[in-house]
Design a protein around this ligand. Sequence first.
Ligand code: V47
Ligand code: SF4
Length: 399
Amino acid sequence: MNEQSTLNALLQDPLLDPALHAIGVSVAEGRRISDDDALLLYEKAPLAFVGTLANIIRERKHGGKTYFNRNFHIEPTNVCIYTCQFCSYSRLIKQREDGWEYSMDDMMDMVKAYDGEPVTEVHIVGGVMPQYNLTFYKDLFSRIKAHRPDLHIKGLTPVEYYYIFKKAKVSYEEGFRQLIEAGLDSMPGGGAEIFHPDIRQQIASDKCTGEQWLDIHRVWHQLGKRSNATILYGHIESYAHRVDHMARLRQLQDETGGFQTFIPLKFRNQDNQMSHIREVTTVEDLRNYAISRIYLDNFDHIKAYWPMIGRSVAQMSLAFGVDDIDGTIDDTTKIYSMAGSEEQNPALSTKDLVQLIKAVGRQPLERDTLYGIIMDYTDHVFPDEEVYRGYTALPVVQR
Ligand code: V47
Ligand code: SF4
């Protein structure tokens, strides 16, 4: 049975809520859903219902294609002046003694450690500290580009930009112009958390506001550049706050078209000020991926960050709207392992990731940051690859 006939079967269920039925028909006909529709999906729709709709959209956009990127992370520091309640880097939690603050040379050594490795991107993000200012980052980016011009720099978030541009007394536009000249290529999606002030005030009261986050991405997009967006879900926010968050993103995307990918980040509760909050279930993770895929019709990609949810949930997410998996090789990002991510040592080889994708009948494609295809692994067989058997009609690879 294909997805369309699964949907038809679901729509014929006499017990299906009529409002959900109307949303199902609307999505099947390719129409955008409203904020009220999204709220209703969160409140009432079963996993199978949203999963089927999300998968239809995912397959219309990408078929079985599943993207991944070989990158590495640099976290300049794990100490931060801000007091986000969910973060183990925050000065509320972090004693400076067990913190690190890397120098320019330390970071260049990290870049050099990847010489000869087929990575295409460095993702730079960490805590906010005064010594990491505009001059520092201009210098860092130019040194990285001088050493390895083809490495794409996906760096910093509006949280850092708001702080460093203000300190340097430059406009967002001027600050970005200087950083682009130094080598900055794109902006990751972090720092978004929950935009709505009622929640942001409680979990991230002293860093940039939701409006400032969106304004900084707007200016970045107006300069012709691309970025990602995230949501930190599964803590004290309500479904209405999640919808409000995505509504602001969908609106900005209508305006600029500059977002590439939406990345839902599951709140993890270890070693932070919100440890008393219970984490949401896997079913909720999958529903959340699916509803974001359905609602954000103008986003090309929905990404699962596997170190946070684990390999199995990342694999399942590929049937719930996700078409991109992040965290390929040797991903030692510490912000997550400290917050209690599924994977304490999150490293996954390209072969492992390719197999994980093939095992659920999807087609693994290595991409660069801007979704240019580097290699299609669909028919590629690694020397010692395990036999796999996906649920679709993909060939079974023999050893
Ligand atoms: O903004 C911090 C999150 C984000 C916790 O753009 C936590 O390609 C869960 O945005 N539980 C930064 N999450 C990371 C990020 C990201 C990751 C991967 C890919 C991309 C991309 C962006 O990490 C922060 C915050 O929302 N975070 N603490 C926690 N306890
Ligand atoms: Fe600092 Fe970011 Fe952690 Fe907030 S989430 S305390 S801004 S590192």
